[in-house]
Design a protein around this ligand. Structure first.
Ligand code: ADP
Ligand code: X15
Length: 392
């Protein structure tokens, strides 16, 4: 798959519209891990050095009700300004007359960050009119949002059809890093899947099965699977609509001879809060009224030999609510097992990468990817719409 890249674009004096994945973890309005911003810097600097005026766009989180301050990209503009040593202008919106004026007046070498594109539902619907309004802001389009390349959205896919386009350095680097895994994965391969995006990732698991010897499921994913098997899950995270999918996946894994490891004990809390007390539960069932927040020690004992025996480990999704000190132990232990396993280790996803950094293990992983869902889909051999749109 040959991609059009930055080198195929004439950037000098141009308004360069660039899609980045600035969906960074935030706590009380502050960025807790800026890996995704750092990862976009090589492309950003190249565009500025070439004399482009850079208009950046991204989503942040999954806002449901239009513009909401907690999903504003303002903290990203500030952090990016610090990293570049030059102020980054923050647009009040991502489309409209005021934004058009700011974009038109943007000087070469300067940066304007548009407000969260997901403040418009047209973004995720890949609405052509909305894509047209975004495209009108630039002369050329660069996509460097690997973490969002699995989404066919207006800013990742729609705009690419409307402007001369190319992939940024991050997309190029990620695609290269995954190439050996696609062509020649070292086996046995083990997938460790957790986190909170059950509906996004549960479908991907099925396609991972043929290549995996074992599938380890933890984090918020756990409870949809446990409930599907008839266990009690208390008030834990559940995506009710995916109970059947979970049941079918377990049946398919059994038929394919793939070992599935699910938590057999938990650390629970009475409420989802940083200050909640950690209560160990030595049972697969979660007591009524409690929330499963982390995997327990017996689960870790089951996971340990499986990861130690792997030649390739793919990890996406924390094993628990690692952002809260009382519930970080499971994620930390599994991250350490992966870092020490001696095989090829791929960590992907905004929060999994944040966890890897929190435990100072990034240097011990073979590849730390800015994409979680994107890397899983890419590894399955699926065409990522954001990348397909950049094919030469
Ligand atoms: N048991 C759990 N209940 C609720 N949320 C959880 C649980 N375990 C992990 N999480 C949350 O999952 C989030 C990360 O999920 P996800 O976005 O799928 O991962 P990534 O960003 O690495 O792809 C984290 O914020 C973490 O707190
Ligand atoms: O954080 C992201 O994905 P990830 O959690 O799978 O790494 C991307 O920014 C995509 O976000 P989305 O899953 O809301 O489309």
């Amino acid at each position: 798959m040959a991609l059009k890249t930055l080198k195929d674009l004439d950037l000098k004096g141009k308004k360069v519209l660039m899609r980045a994945d600035f969906n960074v973890p935030l706590k009380n309005g502050s960025i807790t891990d800026d890996t995704r911003i750092q990862a976009a810097l090589p492309t950003i600097k190249y565009i500025l050095e070439q004399g482009g005026a850079l208009i950046l766009m991204s989503h942040l989180g999954r806002p449901k009700d239009g513009p909401t301050p907690e999903f504003s990209l303002k903290p990203v503009a500030e952090r990016l300004g610090e990293l570049l040593g030059d102020s980054v202008a923050m647009a009040p919106d991502c489309i409209g007359a005021e934004v058009e004026k700011l974009a038109a007046e943007l000087a070469p070498g300067k940066v304007l960050l548009l407000e969260n594109v997901r403040f418009y539902k047209e973004e995720t619907k890949n609405d052509p009119d909305f894509a047209g309004k975004l495209a009108a802001l630039g002369d050329v389009y660069v996509n460097d949002a690997f973490g969002t390349a699995h989404r066919a959205h207006a800013s990742t896919e729609g705009v690419a059809k409307l402007l001369p386009s190319g992939a940024g350095y991050l997309i190029e680097k990620e695609v290269e890093a995954f190439a050996p895994l696609l062509s020649n994965p070292q086996k046995p391969m083990v997938a460790v899947i957790g986190g909170a995006k059950v509906s996004s990732k549960i479908g991907v698991l099925e396609t991972l099965l043929p290549n995996c010897a074992s599938l380890i499921i933890g984090g918020g994913m756990t409870y949809t699977f446990l409930k599907a098997q008839g266990y009690q899950i208390g008030n834990s995270l559940l995506e009710e609509d995916y109970l059947d999918t979970a049941k079918q996946l377990l049946q398919k894994a059994e038929a394919a001879g793939v070992e599935v490891i699910l938590p057999v004990d938990h650390v629970v809390a009475a409420e989802f809060s940083e200050t909640a007390a950690a209560e160990p539960v030595d049972s697969t069932d979660v007591p009524e009224g409690k929330i499963g927040m982390d995997v327990g020690p017996k689960t870790l004992d089951k996971i340990r030999p499986v990861i130690a025996g792997a030649k390739t480990v793919i990890w996406n999704g924390p094993m628990g609510v690692f952002e809260f000190k009382n519930f970080e132990a499971g994620t930390k232990a599994v991250a350490e097992m992966i870092a020490d396993c001696g095989g090829i280790t791929i960590v992907g996803g905004g929060d999994s990468v944040a966890a890897t950094n929190q435990f100072n293990l990034a240097d011990k992983m073979s590849h730390v990817s800015t994409g979680g869902g994107a890397s899983l889909e890419f590894l399955e051999g699926r065409t990522l719409p954001g990348i397909a749109a950049l094919e030469a």
